[in-house]
Design a protein around this ligand. Structure first.
Ligand SMILES: [Zn+2]
Length: 264
């Protein structure tokens, strides 16, 4: 009896320690637009702290391995549907910064407007880039993907992804690339940032329910990916790749989910 009481006390002490650890050391969460925690769990895109080990790095990263609605995903095989696309109400922003957070370049936008998705408003918080793209089509990655991260007042997230293929230069990238710190740090962008300039000319989107593509992989994201790619020039693509040679999580199983594709 004594032994089992002691065992259960020990167990609860461990449980408490695990809980405390989860709250005291939250992971680095660039995807959700929140302030950087004081002691982020270190993670990478390769090696011993790479995607297949994210769940082992911190208790709060558990969804990275155990989740059934993870992102990114392969988009071909989407079902045609009349799923509503998000309606943007973005505002060109003048007071923006670009941060090199060691994982990506992230443009922080204090007042960038919002999108409406299924009657709910999500404020634009930041956008950031992945090379190669995280979402794939027919098994193929694109050379760049931008994620425009929006948050509702209840913490729900809506991310709009745009894939880039090599082609005409996108002038909207230039002031970001020109300002971006080469090492970790943040700098003010001396140009207006207009999110509409990242959209491809053709309407049509993929929609599905998923997660952050970075630790802690929280399954709180309503995903929209534009169905046609935008373009960036070879030198623009190379400039980002020189800073971040690989910052994409591999595609995750759909499990019981469907990707919907809508034409308007
Ligand atoms: Zn992202």
């Amino acid at each position: 009896m004594t032994v089992s009481i002691r065992a259960s006390l020990l167990l609860s002490a461990f449980a408490m320690a695990a809980l405390t650890a989860a709250f005291a050391a939250p992971g680095d969460t660039p995807e959700d637009g929140k302030a950087k925690p004081a002691h982020p769990t270190h993670w990478t895109y390769g090696g011993e702290e790479g995607p297949e080990h994210w769940a082992d790095l911190s208790p709060e990263n558990r969804p990275c391995a155990a989740g059934l609605q993870q992102s990114p995903v392969e988009l071909s095989g989407a079902m045609s549907a009349d799923a509503p696309a998000p309606v943007p109400h973005w505002i060109p922003a003048n007071s923006t910064t670009v941060a090199n957070n060691g994982h990506t370049l992230q443009v922080n936008i204090p007042t960038g407007g919002s999108i409406t998705l299924e009657g709910k408003s999500y404020a634009l918080k930041q956008f950031h880039f992945h090379h190669p793209s995280e979402h794939t089509v027919d098994g193929k990655a694109f050379p760049l993907e931008v994620h425009l991260v929006h948050a509702a007042s209840d913490g729900d997230l809506a991310v709009v992804g745009v894939l880039f293929e090599e082609g005409a230069a996108n002038p909207a990238l230039d002031p970001i690339w020109a300002t971006a710190p080469i090492k970790e740090g943040e700098a003010r962008i001396n140009a207006q940032i207009d999110p509409y300039r990242f959209l491809p000319p053709v309407v049509g989107v993929y929609r599905y329910e998923g997660s952050l593509t970075t630790p802690p992989c929280s399954e709180t994201v309503h995903w929209t990916v534009m169905a046609t790619p935008a373009t960036a020039s070879a030198s623009q693509l190379a400039a980002f790749a020189s800073l971040f040679p690989w910052n994409a999580r591999p595609v995750q199983p759909l499990n019981r989910r469907y990707v919907l594709k809508t034409s308007g």
